[in-house]
Design a protein around this ligand. Structure first.
Ligand code: DP6
Length: 352
C-alpha cells in the first residue's frame, strides 16, 4: 500500500538542509517495458546495479513560503529538466509534505559522457530521491527507509527504483520473490553466486544521439499491444529462471535468458503501433561478432540492450583481458569514435 510511505512523524523546523548523494545506473536482465497507473510496472524486472556510471547530486533546501526548485547540470542552469522534476515533486509531495515549504537547488553531474545514449534518468532520479530522503531523516531524526527512497525514485523514473540498494534488484510483484513489490525495488543479491559478484558490463557506444522514442512513449505502446499478455507472462517465468541461474552460477542459462530478453524488448518495439527500430546496423554487427567469438572460444560473454542502439557486454571478471582484446581488435570500430565504457557491478546509492 502506497499509504505506508506517507510521512506522519512531525518534522523539526530547519532553515536550511543540505544533502549530497551519488547513485548508479542499472542494467536490466529481465526488462521493464509497459506500465499502468502511476508508474506501476506491467511485469516484474531484475537488474544488475552498476558502479562507475553514476549521477552525483547535491541538494540545498531553504525554508520558504512556497515550493520551488532550480536544476543545474555541471553548474549550468537546465530549465529543460524542469517539467520532469516538477511532475516528480508533485507526485512525491503526498508522501513527503515538508517539500512544500522549501526552495530547492539541485546541482547534478554524471560520470558518463554527455549524450552517450546512456539513460541518466535512473541514476539521476535515484540520486535526487536519496538526497530528499536524507533531508527527511534530518527533519525527523529517524533512520532512512531504503524502500521509501526506492518508492520515491520510482515516481521519477520506473527503473530508478532499482538503483538504490543492492547489487541485484527485483522490482515488481513476483510470486517467487519474497517481499517483491510493484511500489519499490528489493535487494535480492544475498544468494548471488560468486561468479556474478564482480560481473563486468562494457557498454559499447554505438549511437550517442538522442533517443528517437522516449521510454515513456515506448511503455505506452504496450497498452493494447498484440503480444502484451504473452510478454508479461513470459517476464514472470524468465525472472524465476534467471534468479536460479544467478544463484547457482549457471552461465549458460543466464546467457540464454539475458539475450532473449534483450531481443524480446526490441521485438516489442518492432511490433507496436507505431512500430520502430532502435538497433542500428552496427548493433547487429557487434551481436554477430560476439556470437562468433563465443562459439569459437567458449568465453561466456553475452549482450543485452536498453531502449537504444548501444550494446552492453556482460561477462565474468576472469575473462576481462580476453574480452578487452576482442573489443579493441574487432568491436570498437562499430562504436561512435571507438568509444566504450567499462563498468562492473556495484551496490547502489551512497552519500558523498
Ligand atoms: C528499456 O525507467 O526509463 O531500460 O518509468 O518512463 O522513466 P520511465 O521508464 P524507464 O524505462 C526503462 C526501460 C528499459 C528496461 C529496464 O530498464 O527495465
Amino acid at each position: 500500500m502506497e499509504n505506508q510511505f506517507i510521512l506522519h512523524t512531525p518534522v523539526s523546523d530547519k532553515e536550511q538542509l543540505i544533502a549530497s548523494w551519488q547513485a548508479p545506473s542499472n542494467i536490466a536482465l529481465v526488462k521493464y517495458w509497459g506500465k499502468h497507473g502511476v508508474q506501476l510496472p506491467a511485469n516484474p524486472s531484475i537488474s544488475f546495479t552498476l558502479n562507475g556510471c553514476k549521477t552525483i547530486t547535491k541538494v540545498t533546501a531553504t525554508k520558504a513560503n512556497d515550493h520551488s526548485f532550480e536544476v543545474l547540470l555541471d553548474q549550468v542552469s537546465k530549465p529543460s529538466f524542469a517539467p520532469k522534476i516538477a511532475s516528480y515533486f508533485k507526485r512525491i509531495a503526498r508522501y513527503s509534505p515538508w517539500i512544500n515549504s522549501y526552495q530547492f537547488t539541485i546541482e547534478t553531474s554524471n560520470t558518463f559522457p554527455h549524450s552517450s545514449g546512456i539513460a541518466s534518468s535512473a541514476s539521476s532520479m535515484a540520486a535526487l530521491s536519496s538526497c530528499l530522503m536524507d533531508m527527511e531523516g534530518q527533519l525527523t531524526g529517524k533512520p532512512v527507509d531504503v524502500h521509501k527512497t526506492s518508492f520515491l525514485a520510482r515516481l521519477g523514473s520506473g527503473s530508478a527504483c532499482r538503483s538504490i540498494d543492492g547489487k541485484l534488484v527485483v522490482w515488481g510483484e513476483h510470486k517467487d520473490t519474497q517481499g517483491s513489490s510493484d511500489l519499490y525495488g528489493v535487494d535480492v543479491s544475498e544468494k548471488l553466486h560468486p561468479i556474478f559478484q564482480d560481473f563486468q558490463d562494457t557498454i559499447l557506444l554505438v549511437d550517442k544521439g538522442e533517443k528517437t522514442v522516449s521510454s515513456t512513449v515506448g511503455h505506452e505502446l504496450m497498452n493494447g499491444h498484440a503480444f502484451a499478455k504473452a510478454r508479461f507472462h513470459q517476464a514472470h517465468n524468465n525472472l524465476t529462471a534467471i534468479k536460479e541461474c544467478l544463484y547457482t552460477g549457471d552461465l549458460e542459462g543466464f546467457i540464454k535468458i539475458t539475450e532473449s530478453e534483450a531481443l524480446t524488448l526490441h521485438s516489442m518495439m518492432m511490433t507496436s503501433h507505431p512500430y520502430f527500430i532502435l538497433m542500428k546496423p552496427n548493433t547487429l554487427s557487434i551481436i554477430e561478432e560476439l556470437w562468433k567469438y563465443r562459439k569459437e572460444t567458449g568465453v561466456p560473454v553475452c549482450f543485452t540492450l536498453d531502449a537504444g542502439a548501444n550494446v552492453h557486454m556482460l561477462y565474468p571478471a576472469a575473462h576481462k583481458e580476453a574480452v578487452e582484446h576482442l573489443i579493441k581488435s574487432k568491436l570498437a570500430v562499430y562504436c561512435q569514435n571507438e568509444q566504450y565504457i567499462c563498468d562492473v557491478i556495484g551496490s547502489g546509492a551512497t552519500t558523498v
